[in-house]
Design a protein around this ligand. Structure first.
Ligand code: SF4
Length: 173
């Protein structure tokens, strides 16, 4: 389950902004050393996934007693995407990129993977699935279904990049 350990939802800078604007104190919901926060927030956290939601008693601090999410309308993109998570591997590398300076390069890579644009991508977009998700019992995806899923998940994730602006993030655009 995305709200319980060992899964930790990664936070983008926009996710942090949404929760802060709704009245939550940043350090109360982030699992991070306060000394590192400002430096990391200035680095564009969308893809780094190095800040995660704080857990307390093996559960997200926003998980309520009735198992509902206490910040459902403003929950991070990582929670919306669960059990999937985007990662990017440089085309000429063999390790997941932990930080990318240009979000446009990632957008371009996904557009090429979806067949919307031509050319050679700088990154290979991959969707990882949390195999421990109890609600996931479907058969493996066909290549066409995988492509459709990539497109729909990317539209959720990329709305933070102004490519698919959404009402949810409009206040932070
Ligand atoms: S923010 Fe909500 S949906 Fe996300 S992990 Fe916490 S309780 Fe679950």
């Amino acid at each position: 389950m995305c709200c319980r350990s060992p899964y930790l939802a990664g936070m983008s800078e926009r996710d942090v902004g949404l929760l802060s604007q709704s009245g939550h104190q940043t350090l109360d919901f982030l699992d991070i050393d306060p000394a590192d926060l400002q430096e990391l927030l200035g680095q564009g956290l969308r893809w780094s996934q190095i800040i995660t939601l704080r857990h307390q008693d093996d559960s997200c601090v926003f998980l309520q007693d009735d198992r509902g999410c206490g910040v459902y309308a403003n929950r991070p993109d990582g929670c919306m995407l669960y059990p999937y998570r985007f990662v990017f591997v440089p085309r000429d590398g063999d390790q997941i990129a932990t930080h990318v300076d240009s979000v446009e390069l990632l957008d371009r890579s996904v557009r090429i993977a979806l067949g919307w644009d031509g050319g050679e991508p700088d990154f290979v977009p991959l969707m990882l699935r949390d195999m421990s998700c109890p609600g996931f019992t479907n058969a493996p995806l066909s290549p066409l279904s995988y492509r459709d899923l990539l497109e729909s998940l990317w539209s959720v994730d990329a709305c933070t990049n102004h490519a698919w602006p959404c009402e949810r993030h409009a206040a932070l655009a």
